[in-house]
Design a protein around this ligand. Structure first.
Ligand code: ADP
Ligand code: MG
Length: 228
């Protein structure tokens, strides 16, 4: 479960990025976070991975009170959360297999395990055939699939995605959203930040809308109401 209680976040000079945020996301939920640029979406995700601290209020993830977590426990904590970004952030000099394997390599997971887990993840995202490809030879949609496979390799309970389809055309964006929904169906809690009203309308589900640091609505939308 993810819980933000009366959270405020002001950066340096008093720029208030988040104001009185109260959000509860239960295990296994799929949640969209929408809002204009600058409304605080990325800041909210950064609080959840303890990249930033709230100015006031409390953040809990999986019953852990993040403010109480000591610095040395942060890396281990972050491995329990998968993260995907708009710009994919793949290692350009490593092939698909190595990009997905990376998180397990650096934590000393046995090769035997990696040889099983990486193909499993690539199959999940529909990229089994491309395990030897270099990132620059993949389409944007394929690169994001690699990034999703990489984010899931440690079997996180929570997957956070910050505008994961921002660099993709509509068809690829929709496919990535459907993949995230499938991953959610398999039991992972998924939080997706997006700009795209159109995608959200097609997918449906819980939509939290932010404006100038505040949550201005939190509601369930039916899918496909405005199909084109
Ligand atoms: P969004 O992801 O919705 O576009 P952000 O969370 O990135 O919004 O930003 C919310 C507000 O906080 C904006 O006004 C932005 O300029 C400000 N902000 C974000 N990051 C920083 C930072 N590191 N230092 C100072 N201000 C920041
Ligand atoms: Mg952002």
């Amino acid at each position: 479960m993810i819980e933000l209680i009366d959270v405020n976040k002001a950066y340096g000079t008093g720029n208030r990025a988040l104001r009185d945020i109260n959000i509860t996301i239960k295990d296994g939920e799929f949640v969209f976070i929408m809002g204009r640029s600058g409304s605080g979406k990325t800041t909210l995700l950064r609080l959840l991975i303890k990249e930033e601290e709230p100015t006031s209020g409390e953040v809990f993830v999986n019953d852990i009170r993040l403010q109480s977590m000591s610095r040395r426990h942060i890396p281990r904590y972050r491995r329990t959360i998968g993260i995907v970004f708009q710009d994919f952030r793949l290692l350009k000099d490593r092939n698909v297999f190595e990009n997905v394997a990376f998180a397990q390599r650096i934590t000393g997971v046995p090769l035997r395990t990696i040889r099983e887990s990486v193909p499993e993840m690539l199959k999940l995202v529909g990229l089994s055939a491309k395990y030897k490809a270099m990132p620059q030879h993949l389409s944007g949609g394929e690169q994001q699939r690699v990034a999703i496979a990489r984010a899931l390799i440690n079997r996180p309970e929570v997957l956070l995605a910050d505008e994961p389809t921002g660099n993709l055309d509509h068809q690829n964006a929709l496919e990535i959203m459907k993949l995230l929904a499938d991953i959610n169906q398999m039991g992972t809690t998924v939080v997706v930040v997006t700009h795209s009203q159109e995608l959200v309308e097609q997918m449906g589900g819980r939509v939290i809308t932010m404006d100038r640091g505040k949550v201005i609505s939190d509601e369930i939308q039916q899918p496909g109401l405005h199909k084109k």
